[in-house]
Design a protein around this ligand. Structure first.
Ligand SMILES: [Zn+2]
Length: 108
């Protein structure tokens, strides 16, 4: 099973998965920095998950605007799901329904 086409396809699939995994790990650092460098970046402080700029529960309104920019709804939902998982690790006492409302409901 060494058909060039098959091999290339599986490599692409693997690298896509790797990128997604790397994205999940670096997602907090990259969230807003990759866009609009001159803007104040409303990134979460951890483990409190409050905005480091305005102190509100993250994602605050400016953070949401920054997160939405340049992303499809699907990309945004995937990104926010990754944040949700990180937040659930940092705040194990938080109810899942609360985290869902906070991180995902606004994206739809
Ligand atoms: Zn903020």
């Amino acid at each position: 099973m060494l058909l060039p086409g098959v091999t290339r396809t599986s490599e692409q699939a693997t690298s896509a998965v790797d990128r997604r995994a790397m994205h999940a790990q670096g997602v907090l650092a990259l969230t807003v920095k990759e866009r609009g460098g001159h803007q104040v970046e409303h990134n979460p402080d951890r483990p409190s998950w409050r905005c480091g700029v305005c102190g509100l529960s993250w994602p605050c309104e400016p953070a949401r605007e920054q997160l939405v920019r340049g992303r499809s709804r699907l990309d945004l939902a995937v990104l926010m799901w990754e944040h949700l998982e990180e937040a659930a690790r940092d705040m194990p006492q938080a109810p899942a329904s609360y985290l869902f409302d906070r991180f995902l409901r606004w994206t739809s």
